[in-house]
Design a protein. Structure first.
Length: 277
Protein backbone atom coordinates (compact mmCIF):
# COMPACT_ATOMS: atom_id res chain seq x y z
CA UNK A 1 0.00 0.00 0.00
CA UNK A 2 1.34 3.41 -0.98
CA UNK A 3 2.27 5.66 1.96
CA UNK A 4 0.36 8.89 2.48
CA UNK A 5 3.32 10.81 1.07
CA UNK A 6 2.72 9.11 -2.27
CA UNK A 7 -0.95 10.08 -2.22
CA UNK A 8 0.05 13.65 -1.39
CA UNK A 9 2.50 13.67 -4.28
CA UNK A 10 -0.21 12.61 -6.72
CA UNK A 11 -2.54 15.36 -5.50
CA UNK A 12 0.26 17.93 -5.72
CA UNK A 13 1.28 16.81 -9.19
CA UNK A 14 -2.31 17.00 -10.43
CA UNK A 15 -2.70 20.52 -9.05
CA UNK A 16 0.64 21.59 -10.55
CA UNK A 17 -0.17 20.27 -14.00
CA UNK A 18 -3.57 21.97 -13.94
CA UNK A 19 -2.00 25.26 -12.93
CA UNK A 20 0.71 24.99 -15.59
CA UNK A 21 -1.90 24.40 -18.28
CA UNK A 22 -3.79 27.47 -17.13
CA UNK A 23 -0.60 29.53 -17.21
CA UNK A 24 0.09 28.54 -20.79
CA UNK A 25 -3.47 29.43 -21.72
CA UNK A 26 -3.74 32.75 -19.93
CA UNK A 27 -0.14 33.89 -19.83
CA UNK A 28 -0.50 35.30 -16.33
CA UNK A 29 1.52 32.96 -14.11
CA UNK A 30 2.03 35.35 -11.20
CA UNK A 31 -1.69 35.96 -10.75
CA UNK A 32 -2.59 32.27 -11.07
CA UNK A 33 0.08 31.10 -8.66
CA UNK A 34 -0.89 33.75 -6.13
CA UNK A 35 -4.56 32.76 -6.31
CA UNK A 36 -3.72 29.07 -5.94
CA UNK A 37 -1.46 29.76 -2.97
CA UNK A 38 -4.13 31.84 -1.23
CA UNK A 39 -6.73 29.11 -1.76
CA UNK A 40 -4.45 26.38 -0.42
CA UNK A 41 -3.48 28.48 2.60
CA UNK A 42 -7.15 29.04 3.47
CA UNK A 43 -7.87 25.32 3.87
CA UNK A 44 -6.04 22.51 5.64
CA UNK A 45 -4.61 19.51 3.77
CA UNK A 46 -7.14 16.73 3.31
CA UNK A 47 -4.61 14.24 4.69
CA UNK A 48 -4.38 16.17 7.98
CA UNK A 49 -8.16 16.40 8.13
CA UNK A 50 -8.50 12.63 7.68
CA UNK A 51 -6.07 11.98 10.52
CA UNK A 52 -8.06 14.32 12.78
CA UNK A 53 -11.38 12.76 11.75
CA UNK A 54 -10.10 9.27 12.53
CA UNK A 55 -9.25 10.48 16.05
CA UNK A 56 -12.87 11.54 16.53
CA UNK A 57 -12.29 15.26 16.03
CA UNK A 58 -14.74 17.62 14.37
CA UNK A 59 -13.97 18.97 10.91
CA UNK A 60 -15.31 22.17 9.38
CA UNK A 61 -16.41 21.28 5.84
CA UNK A 62 -17.40 23.98 3.35
CA UNK A 63 -19.57 23.29 0.35
CA UNK A 64 -19.47 25.24 -2.91
CA UNK A 65 -20.10 28.99 -2.66
CA UNK A 66 -22.62 28.62 -5.49
CA UNK A 67 -24.56 25.94 -3.58
CA UNK A 68 -25.43 26.45 0.11
CA UNK A 69 -22.20 28.37 0.86
CA UNK A 70 -22.34 26.95 4.38
CA UNK A 71 -19.89 25.22 6.67
CA UNK A 72 -20.90 22.10 8.55
CA UNK A 73 -19.26 20.53 11.56
CA UNK A 74 -18.80 16.84 10.77
CA UNK A 75 -17.52 14.05 13.00
CA UNK A 76 -17.58 10.26 13.24
CA UNK A 77 -20.79 9.12 14.94
CA UNK A 78 -19.25 6.07 16.61
CA UNK A 79 -16.81 8.31 18.53
CA UNK A 80 -19.25 10.98 19.75
CA UNK A 81 -19.48 11.58 23.51
CA UNK A 82 -22.07 13.42 25.58
CA UNK A 83 -19.64 16.31 26.12
CA UNK A 84 -18.83 16.62 22.44
CA UNK A 85 -22.50 16.44 21.51
CA UNK A 86 -23.28 19.27 23.96
CA UNK A 87 -20.54 21.40 22.37
CA UNK A 88 -21.82 20.42 18.92
CA UNK A 89 -25.36 21.57 19.70
CA UNK A 90 -24.14 24.83 21.25
CA UNK A 91 -22.21 26.01 18.19
CA UNK A 92 -24.57 24.90 15.42
CA UNK A 93 -28.21 25.24 14.48
CA UNK A 94 -28.80 22.25 16.76
CA UNK A 95 -30.60 20.23 14.09
CA UNK A 96 -28.17 17.33 14.27
CA UNK A 97 -28.26 14.87 11.38
CA UNK A 98 -26.43 11.63 10.74
CA UNK A 99 -25.34 10.67 7.21
CA UNK A 100 -25.47 6.96 6.40
CA UNK A 101 -25.44 4.71 3.31
CA UNK A 102 -28.77 3.72 1.86
CA UNK A 103 -28.30 -0.02 2.31
CA UNK A 104 -27.69 0.34 6.05
CA UNK A 105 -30.74 2.57 6.44
CA UNK A 106 -32.80 -0.07 4.67
CA UNK A 107 -31.48 -2.72 7.07
CA UNK A 108 -32.61 -0.51 9.97
CA UNK A 109 -35.99 -0.01 8.28
CA UNK A 110 -35.65 3.76 8.10
CA UNK A 111 -37.49 4.92 4.97
CA UNK A 112 -37.40 8.38 3.47
CA UNK A 113 -39.38 10.97 5.40
CA UNK A 114 -41.62 11.82 2.43
CA UNK A 115 -42.21 10.07 -0.92
CA UNK A 116 -41.92 13.32 -2.89
CA UNK A 117 -38.80 15.25 -1.89
CA UNK A 118 -39.27 18.98 -2.52
CA UNK A 119 -36.24 20.16 -0.49
CA UNK A 120 -34.07 22.58 -2.50
CA UNK A 121 -31.02 20.34 -2.74
CA UNK A 122 -32.94 17.04 -2.49
CA UNK A 123 -31.37 16.17 0.85
CA UNK A 124 -32.64 12.65 1.55
CA UNK A 125 -34.13 12.87 5.05
CA UNK A 126 -35.46 9.66 6.58
CA UNK A 127 -37.83 9.24 9.50
CA UNK A 128 -36.26 10.43 12.75
CA UNK A 129 -35.25 8.10 15.57
CA UNK A 130 -34.29 7.76 19.24
CA UNK A 131 -32.49 4.80 20.76
CA UNK A 132 -34.89 2.91 23.00
CA UNK A 133 -32.67 1.93 25.89
CA UNK A 134 -30.93 4.21 28.37
CA UNK A 135 -32.56 7.37 27.02
CA UNK A 136 -35.30 9.64 28.38
CA UNK A 137 -36.99 12.11 26.03
CA UNK A 138 -34.30 11.68 23.36
CA UNK A 139 -33.40 15.37 23.00
CA UNK A 140 -30.57 15.71 25.54
CA UNK A 141 -26.92 15.64 24.50
CA UNK A 142 -26.57 12.29 26.25
CA UNK A 143 -29.55 10.79 24.44
CA UNK A 144 -28.60 12.08 21.02
CA UNK A 145 -24.98 10.92 21.43
CA UNK A 146 -26.16 7.46 22.47
CA UNK A 147 -28.59 7.28 19.54
CA UNK A 148 -25.81 8.29 17.15
CA UNK A 149 -23.41 5.64 18.44
CA UNK A 150 -26.10 2.98 18.18
CA UNK A 151 -26.97 4.00 14.61
CA UNK A 152 -23.27 3.63 13.80
CA UNK A 153 -23.09 0.19 15.38
CA UNK A 154 -23.37 -2.77 12.98
CA UNK A 155 -24.98 -4.77 15.80
CA UNK A 156 -28.03 -2.49 16.04
CA UNK A 157 -31.40 -3.76 14.83
CA UNK A 158 -34.56 -1.94 13.64
CA UNK A 159 -36.32 -2.78 16.89
CA UNK A 160 -33.68 -0.87 18.89
CA UNK A 161 -35.09 2.51 17.83
CA UNK A 162 -38.25 4.52 18.44
CA UNK A 163 -39.78 6.42 15.54
CA UNK A 164 -40.12 9.39 15.36
CA UNK A 165 -37.26 10.75 17.43
CA UNK A 166 -34.71 13.52 17.80
CA UNK A 167 -31.90 12.44 15.45
CA UNK A 168 -32.39 12.73 11.70
CA UNK A 169 -30.66 10.20 9.44
CA UNK A 170 -29.73 11.32 5.93
CA UNK A 171 -29.40 8.88 3.05
CA UNK A 172 -26.11 9.38 1.17
CA UNK A 173 -25.92 8.78 -2.56
CA UNK A 174 -23.80 5.91 -3.83
CA UNK A 175 -20.58 7.29 -5.25
CA UNK A 176 -20.27 9.95 -2.57
CA UNK A 177 -19.07 13.45 -3.42
CA UNK A 178 -18.18 12.37 -6.95
CA UNK A 179 -21.92 11.99 -7.58
CA UNK A 180 -23.45 14.61 -5.27
CA UNK A 181 -21.37 17.40 -3.75
CA UNK A 182 -23.27 17.60 -0.47
CA UNK A 183 -22.31 17.44 3.19
CA UNK A 184 -24.24 14.17 3.47
CA UNK A 185 -21.98 12.45 0.97
CA UNK A 186 -18.89 14.15 2.38
CA UNK A 187 -19.65 12.69 5.80
CA UNK A 188 -19.93 9.12 4.56
CA UNK A 189 -16.84 9.52 2.36
CA UNK A 190 -14.83 10.72 5.37
CA UNK A 191 -15.88 7.60 7.27
CA UNK A 192 -14.96 5.33 4.39
CA UNK A 193 -11.61 7.05 3.83
CA UNK A 194 -10.70 6.42 7.47
CA UNK A 195 -12.25 2.94 7.73
CA UNK A 196 -14.68 4.02 10.43
CA UNK A 197 -18.32 2.86 10.60
CA UNK A 198 -20.22 4.66 7.87
CA UNK A 199 -22.18 7.10 9.98
CA UNK A 200 -21.20 10.76 10.24
CA UNK A 201 -22.84 13.45 12.37
CA UNK A 202 -23.26 16.84 10.73
CA UNK A 203 -24.84 20.20 11.40
CA UNK A 204 -24.56 23.74 10.06
CA UNK A 205 -22.36 26.26 11.86
CA UNK A 206 -24.13 29.45 12.95
CA UNK A 207 -22.70 32.75 14.13
CA UNK A 208 -22.94 33.82 17.76
CA UNK A 209 -25.02 36.91 17.01
CA UNK A 210 -28.52 38.14 17.78
CA UNK A 211 -29.89 36.93 14.46
CA UNK A 212 -28.28 33.49 14.56
CA UNK A 213 -26.94 34.01 11.03
CA UNK A 214 -25.34 31.22 9.04
CA UNK A 215 -21.56 30.99 9.14
CA UNK A 216 -20.01 31.65 5.75
CA UNK A 217 -16.49 31.02 4.49
CA UNK A 218 -14.51 33.56 6.56
CA UNK A 219 -16.69 32.92 9.63
CA UNK A 220 -15.92 29.21 9.36
CA UNK A 221 -12.17 29.78 9.05
CA UNK A 222 -12.21 31.98 12.15
CA UNK A 223 -14.20 29.34 14.06
CA UNK A 224 -11.83 26.56 12.99
CA UNK A 225 -8.82 28.59 14.07
CA UNK A 226 -10.40 29.44 17.43
CA UNK A 227 -11.07 25.81 18.29
CA UNK A 228 -8.09 24.20 16.59
CA UNK A 229 -10.15 22.35 14.00
CA UNK A 230 -9.15 21.29 10.50
CA UNK A 231 -11.11 22.92 7.69
CA UNK A 232 -11.56 21.49 4.21
CA UNK A 233 -13.97 21.97 1.34
CA UNK A 234 -16.04 19.45 -0.57
CA UNK A 235 -14.14 20.59 -3.67
CA UNK A 236 -10.88 19.49 -2.06
CA UNK A 237 -12.43 16.17 -1.06
CA UNK A 238 -13.58 15.62 -4.64
CA UNK A 239 -10.05 16.28 -5.95
CA UNK A 240 -8.56 13.99 -3.30
CA UNK A 241 -10.86 11.14 -4.27
CA UNK A 242 -10.19 11.69 -7.96
CA UNK A 243 -6.45 11.52 -7.32
CA UNK A 244 -6.88 8.33 -5.29
CA UNK A 245 -8.71 6.71 -8.16
CA UNK A 246 -5.75 7.48 -10.42
CA UNK A 247 -3.56 5.52 -7.99
CA UNK A 248 -6.12 2.72 -7.58
CA UNK A 249 -8.08 2.83 -10.86
CA UNK A 250 -9.69 -0.58 -10.43
CA UNK A 251 -10.97 -0.09 -6.90
CA UNK A 252 -14.11 1.73 -5.84
CA UNK A 253 -13.60 0.64 -2.20
CA UNK A 254 -12.13 3.44 -0.08
CA UNK A 255 -11.50 1.36 3.06
CA UNK A 256 -7.86 0.76 2.12
CA UNK A 257 -6.99 4.41 2.71
CA UNK A 258 -6.94 4.00 6.50
CA UNK A 259 -3.74 1.99 6.07
CA UNK A 260 -1.87 5.02 4.77
CA UNK A 261 -3.01 7.25 7.62
CA UNK A 262 -0.68 5.47 10.03
CA UNK A 263 2.17 6.93 7.96
CA UNK A 264 0.66 10.42 8.05
CA UNK A 265 2.40 13.75 8.02
CA UNK A 266 1.94 14.41 11.73
CA UNK A 267 1.07 18.04 11.06
CA UNK A 268 -2.25 17.92 12.92
CA UNK A 269 -2.04 19.14 16.49
CA UNK A 270 -4.65 19.40 19.20
CA UNK A 271 -4.99 22.86 20.71
CA UNK A 272 -8.08 22.53 22.83
CA UNK A 273 -10.22 20.18 24.86
CA UNK A 274 -12.81 19.54 22.15
CA UNK A 275 -10.39 17.44 20.09
CA UNK A 276 -7.97 14.86 21.36
CA UNK A 277 -9.97 13.11 24.09
Amino acid sequence: MAPIASITAVVAATAYNTTQASVQTNGNSMHLHASADLEEDFFDPVEDALEAFKRGEFLVVMDDHTRENEGDLICAANLITTERMAWFIKHTSGYICIAMPGDRLEELELPLMVPNNEEKHRTAYTVTVDYKYGTSTGISAHDRALTARKLASPQSRPSDFNRPGHLCPLRAREGGVLVRRGHTEAGVDLCRLTSLPEAALLCELVNDDEQGTMSRRDDCRAFADKWGLKMISIEHLVKFRQSLEKVHPFSDDLHHVHQILSNGTGKGKTTNGINGH
